[in-house]
Design a protein around this ligand. Sequence first.
Ligand SMILES: [Zn+2]
Ligand SMILES: [Zn+2]
Length: 149
Amino acid sequence: MSQEAPADNDALLRRHGLQVTAQRLAVLRAVSDRPHSTADDIDKVVRSEIGAISRQAVYDALGTLTEKGVLRRIQPAGSPARYENRVGDNHHHLICRACNRMVDVDCAVGETPCLTAADDWGYEIDEAEVIYWGRCPECVAAASASSGE
Ligand SMILES: [Zn+2]
Ligand SMILES: [Zn+2]
């Protein structure tokens, strides 16, 4: 995928059949600047940028962009949904249980093998969501430092 300059976001929205609005552009920019943010984080960034926008408008824009496939929504168990603009490659995520940091990880083995379920029960599968839970290196280091090892 190519680097997206701001002007390309206009084209991106149009390609997905969406009207280009300042709100949508601001939301899109906020998500590409800090992938895996929660709606709350995006809301703060967008409102610090364009001020005159309601929380509801930010949430609506996130909802529309996700529905149209411009953004991807990840819903980890027991934590707020996160948003990212890296879509369509079926990549997975690593989440730290201690500090909640989330990072991208490419599919475990080659070409989207994770779309091949052991038994698909006749479903036509187009996406697999895999989340690996654990502790990030910083949290592991902090824990072993505080236990005096
Ligand atoms: Zn951590
Ligand atoms: Zn991701």
